[in-house]
Write a protein that binds this ligand. Structure first.
Ligand code: SF4
Length: 64
């Protein structure tokens, strides 16, 4: 799985962190997304895909 983040699009909504807390976090100062694990284990794939779907800014791109 390959995860790409568009930091300019990210509005700090935090939906990705709720969906996949093992993979995403947010910067303390401005809430912009942080990628904790660029190559997550297979059991996280569903959570990561859900995070990409719920991101209101479409800032997360996931490739199989
Ligand atoms: S859900 Fe999208 S906009 Fe919100 S913090 Fe995550 S990447 Fe950024």
């Amino acid at each position: 799985m390959e995860i790409s983040l568009d930091f300019d699009k990210c509005c700090g909504a935090g939906q990705c962190v709720l969906a996949a807390p093992e993979v995403f976090d947010q910067r303390d100062d401005d809430g912009v997304v942080v990628l904790l694990d660029a190559d997550p284990p297979a059991e996280e794939y569903e959570n990561v895909r859900r995070a990409a779907q719920v991101c209101p800014a479409a800032a997360i791109d996931v490739r199989p």
